[in-house]
Write a protein that binds this ligand. Structure first.
Ligand code: ADP
Ligand code: MG
Ligand code: MG
Length: 874
């Protein structure tokens, strides 16, 4: 197949060649040439050649250099210059460019084609000796650096020597003579290090450079980057060889980079910087401070106007915000690169909406264009950019759960709770957190831990709530007893305020000003469009009225998972829960449960009210009972005192409840089989809450969900108990109205999916609990996966964490089977998903394809799921 594609006035090849073959840079250079923009001509060597190079054991494919030679000849003819010529030499840049933009790959080589004779020629042709030798020294330096891997410092030392000799400090002050000398020094250096002369043959320079670009595809930096970004299946990098234009020919020349719109805010205003009398990399390298493009008219009004015209041409053509690189040679503008501009979530939403208004794209395209996950940034409180920039950063931990939090330091869950009750904002600081801390975590504005990773307890719980969390900030020394922390050589106590940025992991001293998220304006508009396209319902996982309310504001169409266990952890309830667990007779258990009932009923009333007229799936108690007992002697003693029992009784009970595999043990519906009184209390609370709502003209639509069912028999038996309790409660309350209560199950044990046709006989609905389903299908303990997951990812055994994005190939089969078998029994069976996956765009797409009715996710992911569901439908 064709190895080299030319772009220029003579011809522009590859109109239908894709990025995967020409790379992003190559495709767009050709495209810009085709639509008439001023692009210096050149040619692109395909990624297939890179692939062939590696397959042949790092040898260029046969015939490639012939084709390169031919393309150079065409260039020479088009520009009326000659490679290596001593009167008017052709110079080129050699640029890498894969299908996706990738930092870590080869640096660009500029001015290639210069040798001793050509430098003389360039000096003659431009009547500028200084410029010519400046270009030559840059080439030897870059070539040595990039192609031969020479140490950068040696070149700098040599340059410093010359500067000293001429008693100047700036590169630009060194006269032609000095640069001429420098070129000689550089060549000597080159020979000393490499054992060979700097290649004088331009074609040889080109050949070595092409091999260096191919070689850069597999540097450890580049490989690592692809790994982190999950970039797979590319052939390699393309090589762009492009004739040079010079931004460093004097004060009428320059170079710059720009975005066609503001990439931070999305404002439709050309946004960029330029530098007068400079070449390419100088802008990025920060050698001098560039000026904003808005200042350009003062320098060259015509060029500025031309850039604005090009902005329009590019956006009309690509119908996307572009990120461009340009150079001005003696007042003439040249385009060197364009690509889709990276932008913040805020800018993504604004540009999409603006472009609909401007008639550039349709509403459908706008919905397709915003990456669903980027909405995260619009859904969290954030720091005001100006305040952030000025902040006093103490250290950086893991960005475990995004958002911004400000508050006084507290060192325990009870302290956090007290402070919150008193209306204070606090940051809970712990080495790590455990389930006993959850109410304190909930009460805190943010959470800071010094150990633990991205999937530590603190991180997972915080993310679920959309609460800001910085985890594993190892530099923070916590003195829990002394109630102080030491970080960056400073000490902070409970009197001090700190600010956490969960998006960057930064810990800052003092109060940094924040701003609240709002679902309004363009964001609301985009969501409305998305709702018009999607067929999949979006519910939320919520177990408090506050979460339910927030999710409703974010557009949740009900609750897909209301976990009831969290409701028992609050201080005034856990005591009854523990009394229930300690009880040795059914009578005592019932007595304790009776005390829990009013709490539970009140919770449900609040939630039903927040979700008036929308379904609320309540899951009966799920975790093993031991999770509710304290395990350290201190807390056990305190509990014994509170309950008026001996500490030994508690130790004994905790030991009795100990299981080798609690996740596969006495939990879920198994609890209801052995302790039906728990189920009865919960169902009573639900029904009484629904009846009370009815009295207040609130339409409660509870769906009672039985967890961890593996056999139809379990569900059949427990369903009967639920139905009996409903009936009993309605009769006891002499309620005459109509209650809308359905009974269903979670499908989270593989056996339930395999026998879904039988299970469906007793279910009004299914909800896939894909957390447990993943755990049991892979046999990976969710709580321990971090011991081996990093190795599995780095060795490419797994591509993503299967608890974050649904394993469609394996676990997905069980979901599909569950849907198909379930509906073979009941064609209208309502089916949803309530695992963490419900808010992951790729998983949402899968759910759409297998015909689920809805997904359910944490409140802060509801807009993301709405958008992802629309994208799945389009
Ligand atoms: P990167 O991918 O790192 O942006 P590029 O290949 O775009 O690298 O090159 C970096 C810079 O080098 C460009 O922005 C441009 O300013 C300069 N450059 C590249 N090719 C040429 C050329 N043919 N003429 C003038 N400058 C060039
Ligand atoms: Mg570039
Ligand atoms: Mg489960």
């Amino acid at each position: 197949s064709q190895m080299v594609y030319y772009f220029g006035k003579t011809k522009t090849e590859g109109a239908d060649a894709s990025k995967s073959i020409l790379g992003g840079k190559g495709v767009n250079l050709a495209e810009m040439t085709r639509i008439g923009l001023p692009v210096p001509p050149g040619f692109t060597i395909t990624t297939e050649c890179c692939d062939a190079y590696y397959k042949a054991g790092k040898k260029l494919p046969a015939g490639l250099m012939n084709d390169v030679n031919a393309a150079v000849k065409t260039l020479e003819k088009e520009l009326d210059k000659k490679f290596g010529d001593d009167s008017n030499p052709l110079l080129v840049s050699v640029r890498s460019g894969a299908a996706v933009s990738m930092p870590g790959m080869m640096n660009t080589i500029l001015n290639l084609g210069l040798n001793d004779a050509a430098t003389e020629g360039l000096a003659k042709a431009t009547k500028n000796e200084r410029f010519a030798y400046d270009a030559y020294r840059r080439l030897i330096n870059m070539f040595g650096d990039v192609v031969m891997g020479m140490d950068h410092h040696a070149f700098e030392t040599a340059f410093d020597k010359v500067k000293k000799k001429y008693k100047v400090t700036e590169d630009t002050e060194v006269p032609a003579e000095g640069l001429k000398q420098l070129c000689e020094d550089y060549k000597d250096l080159y020979k000393k290090v490499n054992g060979s002369e700097f290649p004088q043959d331009p074609i040889k320079q080109l050949e070595l450079s092409i091999m260096a670009v191919f070689g850069s595809w597999n540097t450890s930096r580049a490989v690592r980057y692809r790994e982190i970004e999950g970039i797979r299946g590319l052939l390699g990098t393309a090589v762009n060889v492009q004739s040079m234009v010079y931004g460093n020919m004097g004060d009428d020349s320059g170079t710059g980079v720009a975005f066609t719109r503001n990439p931070n805010t999305g404002e439709n205003k050309f946004f960029g910087e330029f530098l007068i009398n400079a070449q390419g990399e100088d802008v990025v390298a920060g050698i001098r401070t560039p000026q904003p493009v808005a200042e350009m008219p003062k320098w060259n009004r015509a060029v500025h106007k031309e850039l604005l015209d090009i902005k329009k041409t590019l956006e009309d053509h690509y119908k996307e915000m572009q990120d461009i690189e340009f150079t001005i040679e003696r007042g003439t503008l040249y385009m060197l690169q364009t690509r889709t501009g990276k932008r913040t979530g805020v800018a993504a939403v604004k540009t999409a909406c603006d472009m609909v208004k401007e008639g550039l794209i349709t509403e459908k395209e706008a919905v397709m264009r915003v990456p669903a996950n980027d909405l995260t940034q619009l859904l969290l409180p954030s720091f005001k950019p100006t305040a952030r920039n000025a902040a006093d950063v103490l250290c950086r931990g893991l960005p475990a759960s995004p958002g911004a939090a400000v508050g006084k330091l507290v060192f325990s869950a009870p302290e956090a709770r007290e402070a919150a009750e008193a209306g204070l904002k606090v940051i809970l600081v712990r080495k790590e957190t455990s389930p006993e801390d959850v109410d304190g975590m909930n009460a805190a504005a943010g959470i800071l831990t010094s150990t633990g990773g991205m999937t530590s307890h603190a991180a997972v719980v915080a993310r679920g709530w959309g609460k800001c969390c910085v985890a594993g900030a190892g530099e923070v020394e916590i003195d829990e007893k002394g109630k102080k922390i030491k970080v960056a050589g400073r000490t902070f106590t409970g009197k001090d305020i700190i600010s956490l940025d969960g998006t960057t992991g930064e810990v800052m001293s003092g109060e940094v000003e924040t701003q609240e998220p709002k679902l309004s304006g363009d964001f609301a508009k985009l969501m409305k469009w998305a709702d018009g396209f999607r067929t999949l319902g979006v519910r939320t996982n919520a177990d408090s009225p506050a979460d339910a309310k927030r999710a409703h504001e974010f557009g949740a169409q009900g609750i897909g998972l209301c976990r009831t266990e969290h409701m028992f952890f609050e201080a005034d309830r856990i005591i009854h829960m523990r009394a229930m667990i300690l009880a040795s007779t059914e009578k005592d258990r019932r007595a304790a449960l009776k005390k829990l009932l009013p709490f539970q009923r009140k919770d449900f009333e609040g939630i039903f009210k927040a979700m008036d007229g929308l379904p609320v799936t309540v899951r009966l108690l799920d975790p093993p009972l031991h999770e509710f007992l304290p395990h350290d002697p201190e807390s056990q003693k305190a509990m014994a005192k509170e309950l008026g029992v001996k500490p030994a009784d508690i130790v004994k009970r905790a030991e009795a409840l100990h299981e080798s595999n609690p996740m596969l043990g006495h939990r879920g519906c198994r609890l209801s089989v052995t302790y039906p009184e728990i189920l009865e209390m919960q169902v009573r609370a639900i029904v009484e809450a629904a009846i009370s709502c009815a009295g207040k003209k609130i339409k409660a639509m509870p769906e009672i969900m039985i967890p961890l069912v593996g056999t139809a028999a379990e569900l059949s038996m427990l369903r009967a108990k639920v139905e009996a309790t409903i009936k009993e409660t309605v009769e006891a309350k002499s309620f005459a109205g109509k209650l809308d209560i359905s009974i269903g199950t979670m499908i989270e044990i593989p056996r339930a999916a395999l026998t879904a046709d039988k299970v469906a006989e007793h279910a009004d609905f299914f909800s896939f609990g894909t957390n447990d389903l993943t755990q049991m299908t892979f046999g990976y303990s969710r709580d321990d996966i971090n011991t081996f997951l990093p190795d599995y990812l780095s060795q490419d055994i797994l591509h993503v964490d299967p608890f974050q994005s649904l394993d469609q190939e394996g676990v997905g089969q069980l979901v599909e089977m569950g849907v198909q078998k379930g509906r073979s029994t009941k064609s209208k069976l309502k089916i949803g998903i309530c695992g963490e996956h419900g808010g992951d765009p790729a998983s949402v797409d899968f759910c759409h394809r297998v015909g689920l009715d809805y997904v359910s996710c944490s409140p802060f992911r509801v807009p993301i799921a709405r958008l992802a569901a629309a994208q799945a439908a389009l």
